[in-house]
Design a protein around this ligand. Structure first.
Ligand SMILES: NC(=O)c1ccc[n+]([C@@H]2O[C@H](COP(=O)([O-])OP(=O)(O)OC[C@H]3O[C@@H](n4cnc5c(N)ncnc54)[C@H](O)[C@@H]3O)[C@@H](O)[C@H]2O)c1
Length: 347
Protein backbone atom coordinates (compact mmCIF):
# COMPACT_ATOMS: atom_id res chain seq x y z
CA UNK A 1 0.00 0.00 0.00
CA UNK A 2 1.12 3.55 -0.59
CA UNK A 3 1.45 6.19 2.07
CA UNK A 4 -2.04 7.32 1.14
CA UNK A 5 -3.15 3.84 2.20
CA UNK A 6 -4.56 3.10 -1.19
CA UNK A 7 -4.57 -0.42 -2.54
CA UNK A 8 -2.49 -0.37 -5.70
CA UNK A 9 -3.69 -2.51 -8.59
CA UNK A 10 -1.96 -3.62 -11.75
CA UNK A 11 -4.36 -4.31 -14.60
CA UNK A 12 -3.23 -7.02 -17.03
CA UNK A 13 -5.04 -6.84 -20.37
CA UNK A 14 -6.47 -3.59 -21.71
CA UNK A 15 -9.22 -4.98 -23.94
CA UNK A 16 -13.00 -4.84 -23.53
CA UNK A 17 -13.17 -5.97 -19.90
CA UNK A 18 -9.78 -4.57 -18.89
CA UNK A 19 -11.00 -1.08 -19.76
CA UNK A 20 -14.08 -1.52 -17.57
CA UNK A 21 -12.16 -2.83 -14.57
CA UNK A 22 -9.33 -0.30 -14.91
CA UNK A 23 -11.76 2.60 -15.08
CA UNK A 24 -13.79 1.31 -12.14
CA UNK A 25 -10.69 0.69 -10.03
CA UNK A 26 -9.28 4.11 -10.89
CA UNK A 27 -12.44 6.13 -10.44
CA UNK A 28 -15.24 4.27 -8.64
CA UNK A 29 -13.70 2.06 -5.97
CA UNK A 30 -12.71 4.02 -2.86
CA UNK A 31 -9.10 3.95 -1.61
CA UNK A 32 -7.87 2.05 -4.66
CA UNK A 33 -5.62 3.20 -7.49
CA UNK A 34 -4.35 1.72 -10.74
CA UNK A 35 -0.57 1.76 -10.55
CA UNK A 36 0.20 0.05 -13.84
CA UNK A 37 -1.35 -1.43 -16.96
CA UNK A 38 0.13 -4.27 -19.02
CA UNK A 39 -0.86 -5.42 -22.48
CA UNK A 40 1.06 -7.23 -25.20
CA UNK A 41 -0.52 -4.60 -27.39
CA UNK A 42 1.37 -1.71 -25.77
CA UNK A 43 -0.72 0.91 -27.54
CA UNK A 44 -3.88 -0.52 -25.96
CA UNK A 45 -2.24 -0.20 -22.53
CA UNK A 46 -0.98 3.33 -23.30
CA UNK A 47 -4.36 4.55 -24.56
CA UNK A 48 -6.11 3.27 -21.48
CA UNK A 49 -3.39 4.63 -19.19
CA UNK A 50 -3.60 8.07 -20.81
CA UNK A 51 -7.36 8.12 -20.30
CA UNK A 52 -7.01 7.21 -16.61
CA UNK A 53 -3.78 9.16 -15.90
CA UNK A 54 -1.87 5.98 -15.05
CA UNK A 55 1.89 6.48 -15.33
CA UNK A 56 3.19 2.94 -15.80
CA UNK A 57 2.46 0.95 -18.95
CA UNK A 58 4.26 -2.24 -19.92
CA UNK A 59 4.12 -4.83 -22.64
CA UNK A 60 5.23 -7.64 -20.35
CA UNK A 61 3.03 -8.21 -17.29
CA UNK A 62 6.02 -9.63 -15.35
CA UNK A 63 7.05 -6.02 -14.71
CA UNK A 64 3.74 -5.59 -12.84
CA UNK A 65 4.29 -8.79 -10.86
CA UNK A 66 7.82 -7.82 -9.84
CA UNK A 67 6.80 -4.32 -8.75
CA UNK A 68 6.76 -4.35 -4.92
CA UNK A 69 4.54 -1.26 -4.86
CA UNK A 70 1.67 -3.19 -6.45
CA UNK A 71 -0.59 -5.04 -4.02
CA UNK A 72 -3.08 -6.73 -6.34
CA UNK A 73 -3.68 -7.60 -9.97
CA UNK A 74 -6.79 -7.68 -12.11
CA UNK A 75 -6.21 -10.31 -14.80
CA UNK A 76 -8.23 -9.21 -17.80
CA UNK A 77 -6.19 -10.75 -20.61
CA UNK A 78 -7.47 -13.45 -22.92
CA UNK A 79 -8.67 -16.70 -21.38
CA UNK A 80 -5.67 -18.78 -22.46
CA UNK A 81 -3.35 -16.62 -20.28
CA UNK A 82 -5.30 -16.67 -17.00
CA UNK A 83 -3.94 -19.74 -15.23
CA UNK A 84 -0.30 -18.96 -15.96
CA UNK A 85 -0.68 -15.39 -14.73
CA UNK A 86 -2.58 -16.54 -11.62
CA UNK A 87 0.28 -18.91 -10.72
CA UNK A 88 2.96 -16.27 -11.26
CA UNK A 89 0.96 -13.59 -9.45
CA UNK A 90 0.42 -15.90 -6.48
CA UNK A 91 4.15 -16.68 -6.36
CA UNK A 92 4.79 -12.93 -6.41
CA UNK A 93 2.45 -12.52 -3.42
CA UNK A 94 -0.15 -10.42 -5.22
CA UNK A 95 -3.85 -10.51 -4.36
CA UNK A 96 -5.65 -11.71 -7.47
CA UNK A 97 -8.85 -10.81 -9.24
CA UNK A 98 -9.16 -12.90 -12.41
CA UNK A 99 -11.72 -12.83 -15.15
CA UNK A 100 -13.63 -15.98 -15.99
CA UNK A 101 -12.85 -18.67 -16.92
CA UNK A 102 -9.72 -19.60 -14.96
CA UNK A 103 -8.79 -22.05 -17.73
CA UNK A 104 -10.46 -24.41 -20.14
CA UNK A 105 -9.47 -27.64 -18.40
CA UNK A 106 -9.68 -28.77 -14.79
CA UNK A 107 -6.06 -29.91 -14.40
CA UNK A 108 -4.82 -26.42 -15.27
CA UNK A 109 -7.40 -24.84 -12.95
CA UNK A 110 -6.35 -27.10 -10.09
CA UNK A 111 -2.69 -26.23 -10.58
CA UNK A 112 -3.60 -22.53 -10.42
CA UNK A 113 -5.76 -22.99 -7.31
CA UNK A 114 -3.02 -24.95 -5.60
CA UNK A 115 -0.56 -22.11 -6.28
CA UNK A 116 -3.03 -19.63 -4.77
CA UNK A 117 -3.56 -21.80 -1.70
CA UNK A 118 0.18 -22.32 -1.25
CA UNK A 119 0.89 -18.60 -1.48
CA UNK A 120 -1.98 -17.74 0.88
CA UNK A 121 -3.22 -14.93 -1.36
CA UNK A 122 -6.82 -14.11 -2.24
CA UNK A 123 -8.40 -15.06 -5.52
CA UNK A 124 -11.74 -13.72 -6.71
CA UNK A 125 -13.19 -14.84 -10.04
CA UNK A 126 -15.13 -12.37 -12.21
CA UNK A 127 -18.61 -13.83 -11.96
CA UNK A 128 -20.03 -10.33 -11.82
CA UNK A 129 -23.68 -11.31 -12.25
CA UNK A 130 -23.72 -12.39 -8.58
CA UNK A 131 -23.30 -8.69 -7.78
CA UNK A 132 -26.26 -7.57 -9.89
CA UNK A 133 -28.83 -6.24 -7.38
CA UNK A 134 -31.78 -7.97 -9.10
CA UNK A 135 -30.13 -11.37 -9.32
CA UNK A 136 -28.77 -11.03 -5.79
CA UNK A 137 -32.31 -10.41 -4.56
CA UNK A 138 -33.55 -13.56 -6.36
CA UNK A 139 -30.71 -15.53 -4.75
CA UNK A 140 -31.52 -14.13 -1.31
CA UNK A 141 -35.25 -14.81 -1.61
CA UNK A 142 -34.61 -18.41 -2.66
CA UNK A 143 -32.05 -18.87 0.14
CA UNK A 144 -34.53 -17.45 2.68
CA UNK A 145 -37.17 -19.98 1.59
CA UNK A 146 -39.54 -17.32 0.19
CA UNK A 147 -40.48 -19.56 -2.77
CA UNK A 148 -40.42 -22.78 -0.73
CA UNK A 149 -38.54 -25.69 -2.24
CA UNK A 150 -37.03 -24.74 -5.62
CA UNK A 151 -38.42 -26.86 -8.45
CA UNK A 152 -37.51 -25.05 -11.69
CA UNK A 153 -34.69 -22.59 -12.50
CA UNK A 154 -34.98 -20.79 -15.84
CA UNK A 155 -32.19 -18.66 -17.23
CA UNK A 156 -32.37 -16.79 -20.53
CA UNK A 157 -29.08 -15.31 -21.67
CA UNK A 158 -28.75 -13.96 -25.19
CA UNK A 159 -26.09 -11.57 -26.48
CA UNK A 160 -27.01 -8.75 -28.89
CA UNK A 161 -24.23 -9.65 -31.32
CA UNK A 162 -21.53 -12.31 -31.56
CA UNK A 163 -17.89 -11.45 -30.84
CA UNK A 164 -15.36 -11.63 -33.70
CA UNK A 165 -14.24 -15.12 -34.69
CA UNK A 166 -10.71 -14.19 -33.53
CA UNK A 167 -12.17 -13.90 -30.00
CA UNK A 168 -14.16 -17.12 -30.34
CA UNK A 169 -11.00 -18.99 -31.35
CA UNK A 170 -9.36 -18.39 -27.94
CA UNK A 171 -12.53 -18.20 -25.84
CA UNK A 172 -13.20 -21.89 -25.22
CA UNK A 173 -16.46 -21.76 -27.18
CA UNK A 174 -20.02 -20.91 -26.19
CA UNK A 175 -20.28 -23.19 -23.15
CA UNK A 176 -17.01 -22.12 -21.50
CA UNK A 177 -17.09 -18.48 -22.57
CA UNK A 178 -20.72 -17.38 -22.49
CA UNK A 179 -22.85 -20.07 -20.80
CA UNK A 180 -20.27 -20.24 -18.03
CA UNK A 181 -21.93 -17.16 -16.49
CA UNK A 182 -25.29 -18.96 -16.63
CA UNK A 183 -23.84 -22.10 -15.05
CA UNK A 184 -22.58 -19.87 -12.26
CA UNK A 185 -26.02 -18.25 -11.98
CA UNK A 186 -27.64 -21.70 -11.89
CA UNK A 187 -25.51 -22.66 -8.85
CA UNK A 188 -25.95 -19.23 -7.24
CA UNK A 189 -29.72 -19.02 -7.66
CA UNK A 190 -30.56 -22.63 -6.83
CA UNK A 191 -28.11 -22.90 -3.94
CA UNK A 192 -27.27 -26.35 -5.25
CA UNK A 193 -24.70 -28.11 -7.41
CA UNK A 194 -25.51 -29.25 -10.94
CA UNK A 195 -25.39 -33.05 -11.23
CA UNK A 196 -26.41 -33.68 -14.84
CA UNK A 197 -26.81 -31.72 -18.08
CA UNK A 198 -28.32 -32.32 -21.48
CA UNK A 199 -27.51 -29.97 -24.37
CA UNK A 200 -29.15 -29.25 -27.69
CA UNK A 201 -27.26 -26.70 -29.78
CA UNK A 202 -26.56 -25.49 -33.28
CA UNK A 203 -25.20 -22.79 -35.54
CA UNK A 204 -28.14 -20.54 -36.40
CA UNK A 205 -26.56 -17.08 -36.24
CA UNK A 206 -23.29 -17.10 -38.21
CA UNK A 207 -21.78 -19.95 -40.27
CA UNK A 208 -18.29 -18.58 -39.49
CA UNK A 209 -18.86 -19.58 -35.86
CA UNK A 210 -19.54 -23.12 -37.05
CA UNK A 211 -16.38 -23.06 -39.18
CA UNK A 212 -14.47 -22.06 -36.02
CA UNK A 213 -15.82 -25.26 -34.42
CA UNK A 214 -18.30 -23.56 -32.10
CA UNK A 215 -22.09 -23.23 -31.77
CA UNK A 216 -24.06 -20.00 -31.34
CA UNK A 217 -27.44 -21.19 -30.07
CA UNK A 218 -28.11 -23.65 -27.25
CA UNK A 219 -30.62 -25.00 -24.79
CA UNK A 220 -29.19 -26.82 -21.80
CA UNK A 221 -31.28 -28.67 -19.26
CA UNK A 222 -29.90 -29.09 -15.77
CA UNK A 223 -30.58 -31.48 -12.92
CA UNK A 224 -29.50 -30.20 -9.50
CA UNK A 225 -28.37 -32.14 -6.42
CA UNK A 226 -31.34 -30.73 -4.46
CA UNK A 227 -33.78 -32.29 -6.94
CA UNK A 228 -34.61 -29.09 -8.86
CA UNK A 229 -34.43 -29.00 -12.65
CA UNK A 230 -33.48 -26.07 -14.86
CA UNK A 231 -33.00 -24.69 -18.33
CA UNK A 232 -30.56 -22.24 -19.82
CA UNK A 233 -31.17 -20.85 -23.28
CA UNK A 234 -28.45 -18.97 -25.14
CA UNK A 235 -28.07 -17.13 -28.39
CA UNK A 236 -25.12 -15.10 -29.62
CA UNK A 237 -27.51 -12.71 -31.37
CA UNK A 238 -30.74 -11.22 -30.06
CA UNK A 239 -31.67 -8.37 -32.39
CA UNK A 240 -33.53 -6.49 -29.63
CA UNK A 241 -30.52 -6.27 -27.28
CA UNK A 242 -29.00 -8.11 -24.34
CA UNK A 243 -31.65 -10.49 -23.05
CA UNK A 244 -30.91 -11.40 -19.44
CA UNK A 245 -33.76 -12.89 -17.42
CA UNK A 246 -33.95 -15.40 -14.59
CA UNK A 247 -36.77 -17.16 -12.78
CA UNK A 248 -36.91 -19.59 -9.88
CA UNK A 249 -40.18 -21.42 -9.34
CA UNK A 250 -40.87 -23.39 -6.17
CA UNK A 251 -43.46 -25.01 -3.93
CA UNK A 252 -44.52 -21.67 -2.36
CA UNK A 253 -44.16 -19.29 -5.30
CA UNK A 254 -41.91 -17.87 -7.93
CA UNK A 255 -39.40 -15.05 -8.24
CA UNK A 256 -38.35 -13.49 -11.54
CA UNK A 257 -35.85 -10.83 -12.61
CA UNK A 258 -36.64 -9.14 -15.91
CA UNK A 259 -34.43 -7.23 -18.32
CA UNK A 260 -33.13 -3.81 -17.37
CA UNK A 261 -34.25 -1.15 -19.83
CA UNK A 262 -33.21 2.45 -20.44
CA UNK A 263 -36.54 3.65 -19.02
CA UNK A 264 -39.78 2.07 -17.89
CA UNK A 265 -42.16 4.22 -19.98
CA UNK A 266 -44.80 2.35 -21.96
CA UNK A 267 -46.32 4.04 -25.04
CA UNK A 268 -49.71 2.92 -26.35
CA UNK A 269 -50.94 3.76 -29.87
CA UNK A 270 -52.89 2.29 -32.78
CA UNK A 271 -49.96 0.04 -33.70
CA UNK A 272 -49.59 -1.50 -30.27
CA UNK A 273 -47.94 -1.04 -26.91
CA UNK A 274 -44.26 -0.01 -26.96
CA UNK A 275 -41.53 0.05 -24.36
CA UNK A 276 -37.76 0.42 -24.32
CA UNK A 277 -35.44 -2.36 -25.46
CA UNK A 278 -33.15 -4.13 -22.99
CA UNK A 279 -29.89 -2.31 -22.27
CA UNK A 280 -27.56 -3.09 -25.17
CA UNK A 281 -24.80 -5.32 -23.77
CA UNK A 282 -22.83 -6.33 -20.69
CA UNK A 283 -21.11 -2.97 -20.32
CA UNK A 284 -24.44 -1.18 -19.92
CA UNK A 285 -26.42 -3.99 -18.24
CA UNK A 286 -23.87 -5.03 -15.65
CA UNK A 287 -21.93 -1.83 -14.91
CA UNK A 288 -23.26 -1.73 -11.32
CA UNK A 289 -22.16 -5.33 -10.79
CA UNK A 290 -18.66 -4.70 -12.18
CA UNK A 291 -18.20 -1.88 -9.68
CA UNK A 292 -19.68 -3.89 -6.80
CA UNK A 293 -17.46 -6.93 -7.43
CA UNK A 294 -14.31 -4.78 -7.30
CA UNK A 295 -15.49 -2.95 -4.17
CA UNK A 296 -16.03 -6.29 -2.51
CA UNK A 297 -12.66 -7.62 -3.64
CA UNK A 298 -10.90 -4.53 -2.27
CA UNK A 299 -12.85 -4.91 0.97
CA UNK A 300 -11.87 -8.58 1.29
CA UNK A 301 -8.19 -7.58 0.94
CA UNK A 302 -8.49 -4.81 3.52
CA UNK A 303 -10.48 -6.87 6.01
CA UNK A 304 -8.64 -10.10 5.25
CA UNK A 305 -11.85 -12.01 4.54
CA UNK A 306 -12.52 -14.64 1.91
CA UNK A 307 -13.87 -13.25 -1.38
CA UNK A 308 -17.45 -14.36 -1.99
CA UNK A 309 -16.65 -15.80 -5.45
CA UNK A 310 -13.81 -18.23 -4.82
CA UNK A 311 -11.55 -20.40 -6.94
CA UNK A 312 -13.93 -23.31 -6.40
CA UNK A 313 -16.75 -21.10 -7.75
CA UNK A 314 -14.49 -20.50 -10.74
CA UNK A 315 -13.89 -24.19 -11.24
CA UNK A 316 -17.42 -25.59 -10.93
CA UNK A 317 -18.93 -23.84 -14.00
CA UNK A 318 -15.99 -25.01 -16.14
CA UNK A 319 -16.80 -28.61 -15.18
CA UNK A 320 -20.48 -27.98 -16.05
CA UNK A 321 -19.42 -26.40 -19.35
CA UNK A 322 -17.30 -29.43 -20.17
CA UNK A 323 -20.24 -31.71 -19.40
CA UNK A 324 -22.52 -29.53 -21.57
CA UNK A 325 -20.08 -29.76 -24.47
CA UNK A 326 -19.74 -33.52 -24.03
CA UNK A 327 -23.53 -33.84 -23.98
CA UNK A 328 -23.80 -31.88 -27.23
CA UNK A 329 -21.07 -33.94 -28.92
CA UNK A 330 -22.46 -37.28 -27.75
CA UNK A 331 -26.21 -36.46 -27.93
CA UNK A 332 -26.93 -37.72 -24.44
CA UNK A 333 -27.35 -36.54 -20.85
CA UNK A 334 -23.97 -36.27 -19.09
CA UNK A 335 -23.43 -36.53 -15.35
CA UNK A 336 -20.91 -34.19 -13.76
CA UNK A 337 -19.34 -37.25 -12.17
CA UNK A 338 -18.18 -38.20 -15.69
CA UNK A 339 -15.96 -35.12 -15.73
CA UNK A 340 -13.23 -36.99 -13.99
CA UNK A 341 -10.63 -34.84 -12.22
CA UNK A 342 -11.48 -35.09 -8.51
CA UNK A 343 -12.76 -31.90 -6.91
CA UNK A 344 -10.08 -30.13 -4.92
CA UNK A 345 -10.58 -29.85 -1.22
CA UNK A 346 -9.41 -26.36 -0.48
CA UNK A 347 -9.82 -24.57 2.80
N1 LIG B 1 -17.14 -10.94 -16.75
C1 LIG B 1 -17.55 -10.57 -17.93
O1 LIG B 1 -18.70 -10.20 -18.12
C2 LIG B 1 -16.59 -10.60 -19.08
C3 LIG B 1 -16.88 -9.84 -20.20
C4 LIG B 1 -15.97 -9.86 -21.26
C5 LIG B 1 -14.83 -10.64 -21.18
N2 LIG B 1 -14.60 -11.38 -20.07
C6 LIG B 1 -13.38 -12.21 -19.99
O2 LIG B 1 -12.26 -11.33 -19.95
C7 LIG B 1 -11.20 -11.85 -20.72
C8 LIG B 1 -10.80 -10.82 -21.79
O3 LIG B 1 -11.91 -10.61 -22.61
P1 LIG B 1 -12.04 -9.29 -23.51
O4 LIG B 1 -13.39 -9.34 -24.09
O5 LIG B 1 -11.61 -8.10 -22.72
O6 LIG B 1 -10.96 -9.63 -24.63
P2 LIG B 1 -10.15 -8.61 -25.54
O7 LIG B 1 -9.61 -9.46 -26.63
O8 LIG B 1 -10.95 -7.39 -25.83
O9 LIG B 1 -8.95 -8.13 -24.59
C9 LIG B 1 -7.92 -8.98 -24.15
C10 LIG B 1 -6.66 -8.14 -24.03
O10 LIG B 1 -5.65 -8.94 -23.39
C11 LIG B 1 -4.42 -8.66 -24.07
N3 LIG B 1 -3.50 -9.77 -23.81
C12 LIG B 1 -3.50 -10.99 -24.36
N4 LIG B 1 -2.49 -11.72 -23.86
C13 LIG B 1 -1.84 -10.93 -22.96
C14 LIG B 1 -0.72 -11.10 -22.12
N5 LIG B 1 -0.04 -12.24 -22.09
N6 LIG B 1 -0.34 -10.07 -21.34
C15 LIG B 1 -1.02 -8.90 -21.37
N7 LIG B 1 -2.09 -8.67 -22.15
C16 LIG B 1 -2.50 -9.67 -22.93
C17 LIG B 1 -4.80 -8.49 -25.53
O11 LIG B 1 -3.80 -7.80 -26.25
C18 LIG B 1 -6.09 -7.69 -25.38
O12 LIG B 1 -5.87 -6.29 -25.37
C19 LIG B 1 -11.67 -13.19 -21.29
O13 LIG B 1 -11.19 -14.22 -20.49
C20 LIG B 1 -13.18 -13.11 -21.19
O14 LIG B 1 -13.78 -14.38 -20.96
C21 LIG B 1 -15.44 -11.35 -19.01
Amino acid sequence: MTQKNNLRFGVIGAGRIGKIHAENLATRVPRVEVAGIADVDLKAAQDLAAHLHVLVTVEDYHAILSNPAIDAVAICSSTDTHAKIIIEAAQAGKQIFCEKPIALDLETIDTALEAVEKAGVKLQIGFNRRFDPNFRKVHTMVAEGKIGTPHIVRITSRDPAPPPVSYINVSGGLFLDMTIHDFDMARYLSGSEVEEVYTTAGVLVDPAIGVAGDVDTAIITLRFANGAIGTIDNSRKAIYGYDQRVEVFGSDGMVQAHNNTTDNDVYFNVDGVHSAKPLYFFLERYMESFIAEMKEFAQSIRENTSPSVTGIDGRAPVAIGMAAKKSYMEHRPVKLSEITVPVLELK
